[in-house]
Design a protein around this ligand. Structure first.
Ligand code: ATP
Ligand code: MG
Length: 392
């Protein structure tokens, strides 16, 4: 026997009042979107505060669970059987065959947890608990009751139909993407920025991304790697529109005019400015980066302050307080690590100075940027007007 339905439990946070509908609808949309990638036909429905996924055809159980485990807002996935209300004796039969089918080894402790959503049902939940408990003990003498720490918590929910389930698979938590606006992720080919995008998407924020490409200093394969990373993040965040900016002329111009030890900071400031302009167009309300305090010269407190000063938008840095290993752990968990460590140059590794400034003052950086006055605006306009957009 195979489960034909899944009960989707979601976190209560953020589901109060009017938001509840937005939250549920966004969750249903994300589930439908995600199941499109899975073989089989599924109906996703919302019924009195519950979300159900019903399989209408053959499907692969593990594949469905894997897909659902990527959807933010899901607190738990409960594979279940749903039966018609054909009277109390029939319910007993159904519960007995559920236990028989899904537990080959009956050597377990259990507790029955009945809930009567339909108050017209003639038997109250305490009585259901007692009757079903006795029934199981009698039918399968190896089982034992344990009301405190049962191996199996058998849930029986009496609604218009009756849900029977006992497996609770944890979801990723968070909030459904689309419930908290949109932000622009500065996505490089490294380990940190895909993790940063994942973490902000987890809070319900839709993600657009921008990659600064510097051909021929950075290869087509480096660009493809970023596209691949965006696709991996999109398993969680939903489709990502990736903006690929040709940054070569801007980088060369900065290289030509500014002190080399300030290159990275000045480049980073132009990335912020261009990301801000692209955000205006796409409706993103914040920028996201994978910076973490002290990781490299461009991520000291002074450098971060100088980078921040280039934009008036909020900049989200969700891994700011993480050690590298902690970021690596998340990237392994979400499946971006292997792609991130592929050895293609990203644009910053080519233009790094031997001794970059670690304590830049904003005044000093602004003075250096004055040297760019002649051509920089035009170069920025060209970079923006030639952006390549790819759906990932
Ligand atoms: P990552 O592992 O994310 O590449 P990193 O440790 O290599 O980060 P930096 O190269 O200093 O750190 O970059 C810091 C942040 O700046 C990145 O996390 C990313 O958000 C952004 N960034 C850097 N280079 C690019 C780029 N070429 N395109 C888009 N964003 C970039
Ligand atoms: Mg990088």
């Amino acid at each position: 026997m195979q489960y034909q339905s899944f009960l989707i439990k979601y976190a209560e946070i953020g589901v109060k009042g009017k938001n509840r509908y937005l939250f549920e609808d966004a969750l249903v949309t994300q589930i439908r979107h995600s199941l499109k990638r899975v073989d089989g036909d599924f109906i996703v429905s919302k019924e009195s505060g519950r979300i159900y996924v019903n399989a209408e055809s053959e499907y692969d159980f593990d594949e469905v669970i894997e897909a659902l485990k990527c959807i933010f807002g899901i607190a738990a996935i409960c594979p279940m059987i749903q039966v018609e209300d054909n009277g109390y004796e029939d319910l007993k039969k159904q519960v007995q065959s559920y236990v028989d089918e899904f537990y080959e080894d009956k050597n377990f402790t259990f507790k029955v947890n009945a809930r009567r959503g339909n108050k017209k049902y003639p038997v109250n939940s305490e009585q259901i608990n007692r009757d079903l408990g006795e029934l199981i003990l009698h039918a399968f003498p190896e089982t034992k009751v344990d009301v405190h720490k049962p191996d199996v918590m058998l849930h029986v929910e009496v609604r218009n139909k009756i849900n029977i389930y006992s497996h609770v698979i944890p979801g990723p938590g968070g909030m459904p993407v689309g419930t908290n606006g949109k932000a622009m992720l500065l996505l490089s080919g490294g380990i940190d920025s895909p993790v940063a995008g994942y973490m902000i998407a987890k809070r319900g924020v839709k993600i657009d991304a921008v990659y600064f490409h510097a051909p021929p200093y950075t290869s087509e394969r480096a660009k493809q790697k970023v596209v691949d990373l965006a696709k991996l993040v999109s398993k969680y965040s939903g489709p990502i529109r990736l903006h690929i900016v040709n940054f070569t002329d801007i980088q060369l111009y900065i290289y030509d005019k500014c002190p080399h030890e300030e290159l990275t900071i000045i480049m980073r400031r132009y990335m912020m400015r261009i990301a801000e302009r692209l955000s205006e167009e796409s409706g993103a309300m914040a920028l996201i980066t994978g910076e973490s305090i002290g990781q490299v010269a461009s991520q000291t407190m002074q450098s971060l302050a100088a980078t921040d000063a280039a934009t008036t938008m909020p900049v989200f840095r969700p891994v700011i307080g993480f050690d590298k290993q902690e970021i690596v752990d998340v990237s392994e968990k979400i499946g971006t690590y292997e792609t991130s460590v592929l050895p293609f140059e990203d644009c910053c590794t080519i233009f790094v100075a031997k001794h970059p400034v670690t304590k830049p003052s904003l005044k000093m950086i602004e003075r250096s940027e004055e040297k760019l006055e002649e051509k920089i605006d035009e170069l920025v306009e060209t970079a923006i007007s030639t952006v390549e957009k790819v759906w990932c």
